[in-house]
Design a protein around this ligand. Structure first.
Ligand code: SF4
Length: 239
């Protein structure tokens, strides 16, 4: 039975996969799957090579690994790019369910319709969702008209789902001010965790984005304290 669904799940727009990682799903040994394609164009994107959808790819080696190692790994972390932009995501997640493998989804929240389906079918066990900035700055950052509206809808779905989750903001000063963090947190009231991630000027979609000076660490921690009355907030990547 499992092999039938597994076969029909392929091919994803698979960019790459890692056989085991402890970084992508904290506390778990997970296979990490990178899916191509994202309709947003955030200037600071660290994975610009994954933004074009590209061709769907044969997933035979990945699927064989998952079948063989299902008893040895704690789950599958699916990231990108933007996994919800791949029509093969839903059958792929169904196949993971048949294998008894928990799934974590990283998403930009731009496809509430897909997210709703995944949550309704109980196909994901953890959601990590970006909330990149306040609504009035969203479209300028993502290059996608209406992106704020879709992300607000997705956040509501995630909060109401009961599925373990966290929301994340990359603290890129080109897209938000320190005062924006508590505004974002207030919009996430009822959420389980809010993570403010320090911006690292490594590889970026727009080379000019790397020249923007990051917020100071103590300023981010102060912002996190201002957010915590709304949703438990932590800072990642800043001392
Ligand atoms: S950072 Fe932005 S452009 Fe890059 S994958 Fe995430 S949502 Fe897409």
């Amino acid at each position: 039975m499992a092999s039938t669904t597994i076969a029909s799940a392929a091919p994803l727009r698979l960019a790459a996969w890692q056989p085991a990682s402890m970084l992508d799903w904290p506390g778990r040994i997970a296979v990490t799957v990178f899916v191509r394609g994202c309709p947003f164009r955030c200037a600071y994107c660290h994975n610009p090579d994954l933004l074009a959808p590209g061709a769907q790819t044969d997933c035979a080696a990945l699927l064989e690994h998952l079948q063989r190692r299902a008893g040895w790994i704690d789950g599958v972390a699916i990231t990108g790019g933007e996994p919800t932009s791949d029509p093969a995501l839903v059958p792929f997640l169904r196949a993971l369910r048949e294998l008894g493998l928990p799934a974590k989804l990283d998403t930009n929240g731009g496809r509430p319709d897909v997210l709703e389906r995944l949550l309704d079918e109980q196909l994901v066990d953890m959601v990590a969702m970006d909330v990149k900035t306040v609504p009035e700055r969203y479209d300028a950052l993502t290059g996608m008209p209406g992106s704020a509206r879709t992300v607000i809808a997705s956040a509501k779905l995630v909060i109401g789902s009961g599925v373990p989750h966290e929301f994340r903001t990359t603290a890129w000063p080109g897209a938000l001010t320190l005062d924006d963090f508590p505004r974002i947190a207030a919009s996430l009231e009822g959420g389980q965790r809010y993570v403010i991630q320090q911006f690292r000027a490594e590889r970026t979609l727009d080379p000019a984005a790397a020249a923007v000076l990051p917020f100071k660490s103590d300023a981010l921690h102060a912002a996190a304290r201002a957010c915590s009355p709304y949703v438990p907030t932590v800072v990642r990547g800043a001392a």
